[in-house]
Ligand binder design. Structure first.
Ligand code: UDX
Ligand code: UDX
Ligand code: ADP
Length: 480
């Protein structure tokens, strides 16, 4: 099957970068990315390629190379569907906020709308590809809608989950660990559709890294990959609390176990808790699916990963209050970082939001600096929680574009994101402008605890015995 035109519905964090790379590597295929959000499409088309709506290292160069040649961004969804032989669905699938499965299941409203739109528009056979992370067996629902409401044309449904991580999207797309393609392996048409997609990736991905499976395995593998990754973070975070009570150092433990090739060194960084648009959503999804089959032990097992993560965020905030003599009322707490991890402006499910909310409930005054996140986004994140009025959020929280000014006259600094630049600050200068005793709560184990302690700070890092040592030292200093 010869593919000349590809359409991708959804120009977000997944659709945008993925299609940019596909277009770059397949210059003879026209790739049109469509979205109902006009502002977003206008930004993708912005003459100044630095203004594209998603910040990813290296992405603007790829867009610059392909845009206008064989990569197009448009709001004309129908036209792009009509022309394409292959349609990727890359729209958002957030956790449901209403009705059955509220807070757990994925909301497939947008996927279904896409399917109905494709069914209405398509006049010839199409390959439809699930790119968004979807619950297992969504392909069946898609097929049902397409086959029953369409114009009698034939559809092949493939699952092709995306494994890119934000901040390294271009790198991950250029050299993926694997590409996964699920389809109907029992029919010739199914195999042909899978081959058509394999050919597109084979332009730059080695054949042995392109896996083909049945649709369900592909769908479940995506949820499982995210669940395993999140589980590693929760596992090391669970140990971090034990380290704080025993005098072990979680960084040393992580290094020691990571050298076991069966465990491996990656994703063992203890933190204030994982965030991002995928981990929590996908695990909740897995839990919901397991429960819907009556597999309660399976559901409980995975749910514990989320429970641990919520606990980690809460205990970080509790530790701030406890350490600051059990009250932060009226105290200025400086936040370094708001994004859910470094090198991205994405704040979805960021631990910073929940830590801020907790401290605001304790009447703290929160002042935030993040190199990439806008003031507008920070307020939107807090407003979305609905804990207090928009006016109160603006009264209690200040966003400042200068890290030194943020720390000025603060009682404590909380590091919420592991931005590299935080390591290079003039920490003596920061110490001098803070109220004493000056506290640092390092939620990312990013800073040099020994150096900071020498400067005069009282440092509390996750999973480190130094926390207690400095407290003891302080006590003995007070006694003498
Ligand atoms: C284990 C540790 O591997 C070793 O480092 C430690 O020093 C002692 O405990 P051992 O108990 O000899 O070693 O066996 P291991 O190969 O780890 O297997 C343990 C159990 O897990 C076995 O019953 C094995 O069948 C099972 N297993 C292991 C699985 O079911 N699936 C796997 O993928 C791996
Ligand atoms: C994740 C998956 O990695 C990716 O494969 C999938 O396609 C989408 O979800 P992403 O959410 O972009 O990607 O970020 P990731 O790098 O996985 O980090 C998720 C969260 O875990 C971040 O908040 C990060 O700070 C945290 N984390 C990660 C840790 O706290 N410790 C670690 O060791 C690793
Ligand atoms: P992801 O991280 O999965 O890429 P995003 O929220 O960044 O999610 O992007 C999803 C995009 O899909 C949004 O820009 C949204 O406007 C778009 N979208 C959602 N539903 C439709 C639809 N029916 N037609 C076209 N675009 C859609």
């Amino acid at each position: 099957m010869k593919i000349k035109n590809i359409c991708c519905i959804g120009a977000g964090y997944v659709g945008g970068p993925t299609m940019a790379i596909i277009a770059q590597k397949n210059p003879k295929i026209n790739v049109t990315v469509v979205d109902i959000n006009e502002k977003r499409i206008a930004a993708w088309n912005d003459e100044n390629v630095e203004n594209i709506p998603i910040y990813e290292p290296g992405l603007s160069e790829v867009v610059k190379e392909a845009r206008g040649r064989n990569l197009f961004f448009s709001t004309d969804v129908d036209a792009a569907i009509d022309k394409a032989e292959m349609i990727f669905i890359s729209v958002n699938t957030p956790t449901k906020t209403y009705g059955i499965g509220k807070g757990m299941a994925a909301d497939l409203k947008w996927i279904e709308l896409c399917a109905r739109q494709i069914a209405r528009v398509a006049k010839d056979d199409k390959i439809v590809i699930e790119k968004s992370t979807l619950p297992v067996r969504t392909a069946a629902a898609l097929k049902d809608i397409l086959d029953n409401t369409g114009n009698g044309v034939k559809y092949q449904i493939l699952s092709n989950p995306e494994f890119l991580a934000e901040g390294t999207a271009v790198e991950d797309l250029q050299a993926p660990d694997r590409v996964l393609i699920g389809g109907d392996i029992d029919t010739e048409e199914g195999k042909a559709a899978m081959q058509a997609l394999v050919n597109i990736y084979a332009k730059w991905v080695p054949q042995e890294s392109i896996l083909t499976t049945n649709v369900w395995s592909s769908e479940l593998s995506k949820l499982t990959a995210n669940a395993f990754l999140a589980q590693r973070v929760s596992s090391i975070n669970a140990l971090s609390e034990l380290c704080e009570h025993t005098g072990a150092d979680v960084n040393e433990v992580a290094r020691a176990i990571g050298m076991d090739s069966r465990i491996g060194p990656k994703f063992l960084k203890s933190s204030v808790g994982f965030g991002g648009s995928c981990f929590q959503k996908d695990i909740l999804n897995l839990v919901y699916i397991a429960k819907s089959f009556g597999l309660n032990e399976v559901a409980d097992y995975w749910e514990q990963v989320i429970i641990m993560n919520d606990h980690q965020k809460r205990r970080f905030a509790e530790n701030i209050v406890k350490t600051l003599y059990n009250t932060v009322s009226g105290k200025k707490i400086a936040f370094l970082g708001w994004a859910f991890k470094k090198d991205t402006n994405d704040t979805r499910e960021s631990a910073a939001i929940y830590v801020a909310d907790y401290l605001l409930n304790e009447q703290a005054e929160v002042v935030v600096y993040d190199p990439k996140v806008t003031e507008e986004q920070i307020y939107a994140d807090l407003d979305y929680l609905g804990t207090r009025s928009e006016e109160e959020n603006r009264k209690l929280v200040t966003v400042i574009k200068d890290p030194y000014e943020v720390c000025q006259d603060s009682h404590a600094i909380a590091v919420l994101t592991e931005w590299d630049e935080f390591k290079d600050y003039d920490w003596k200068k920061i110490y001098d402008c803070m109220l004493k005793p000056a506290f640092v709560f390092d939620g990312r184990n990013l800073l040099d605890t020994r150096e900071l302690t020498k400067t005069g700070f009282t440092v509390s890092s996750i999973g480190s015995p130094l926390v207690r040592k400095t407290k003891e030292e302080r006590k003995s200093a007070q006694v003498s």
